[in-house]
Ligand binder design. Sequence first.
Ligand SMILES: Cc1ncc(COP(=O)(O)O)c(C=O)c1O
Length: 430
Amino acid sequence: MDGPPVRFTCHGCGAVVDPARALPFRCPGAGRPGDDVDHVLVPDAPPGEFPAGGEEDPFLRYRSLLSPYRLAREAGLSDGDWAEIVGGLDRALVSLDGRGFRVTPMREQSALARAAGLEGALHAKDETGNVSGSHKARHLMGVMLYLQVLERAGLPAGESVRRRRLAIASCGNAALAAAVIARAADWPLDVFIPPAASPAVVRRLGDLGAAITVCERRPGEVGDPCYLRFAEAVAVGAIPFGVQGSANGLAVEGARTIAFEMAGWMRDEQVAPGSLFVQVGGGALASALAQGFGIAVAKGVMPRLPTLVAVQTQACAPLERAFRLSADVPLADAARHRSRFMWPWETAPSSVADGILDDETYDWWAIVEGMRASVGRPVVVGEETLLRAQALVQAHAGVRASATGTSGFAGALAAPPAGGVAVVLSGVER
Ligand SMILES: Cc1ncc(COP(=O)(O)O)c(C=O)c1O
């Protein structure tokens, strides 16, 4: 395949990583004492046209926009090799989870828009039927495809990578997604969970063969104990298999496929929602959407970006705080002074949208960039609105999403815009 070689660049310090030679996970410049840079490795802009292919698997349809595919071709693998890698994982996913990756449904939801009192049209992407019941598996499929390409092409970055376990800190949709993808690839996974994790989720993780560590808070410890144990595992060699871009820049990219699917659908259906309301926890989903829509606009699929509205709960809104505090600061400067804008939420949060209570928005910077580029903003919603959003979606769209997964839509209830709205419904109610 023609085009420049794939590179990852840190949006904070500018470090460049060649993914054939080094793993593009945590920025090599991160972790120095006293460092206040926001380090996240981001793949460079993919060259070429927006794919016109009709493949049902997004990792086939949009392959030319994904860095693992570009790396594969650069390393001499063929299109057929890629199809074999994707197809092999797909067959395993179907047998483990009853489904592989397929372009997910996007529909106009007129009854829901009416019930919600929205003025313009409402379009919803439904990720509740995706692998493991949410969009999270897309993030981790991107990482797994990269690992598979390293192995198959025998690239230097892949040396002894099979001997390293995968690791994630989560007890929700991300953990389930990681466990399904890891099992499909027959790769051992350690999951770090809190004592209060849902027994049903823990059971499923166990069934999928994940090794589970329950993380109690140690005396005097500050920060999320699960994340601390995960970071310790990574420090001694585990592969970060979570969805925070700061720990693994590559993890964000796989979920750009949601934006590619949405943009392609909007073009085909000739609709152009003015605003995109997205629920934000750690921030990888909104980052991926902002980047994916940026690529779609750059490639002429749509004339302009939808206004990005990032939705958090009143219980925990570190992104809203960062957006406000950085309002007058050039983005490049904000990336070099992370602690002025992003730090852990001070109070222990509780919300019906419990999947977006990350005490830090790890991927805040790219979302602020996306909101600025589209003249967007954050919206903070209360519990009543979150509950109403979930009830409305279930009653009028017939989508059995969790309150976390309808919290982007809750933002549209709280701050209805004048024009059309797009949302992503994700996270099946368990
Ligand atoms: C269903 C669902 N939607 C959205 C999010 C938010 O994603 P992110 O943490 O990438 O902001 C989560 C996170 O757990 C989720 O489970």
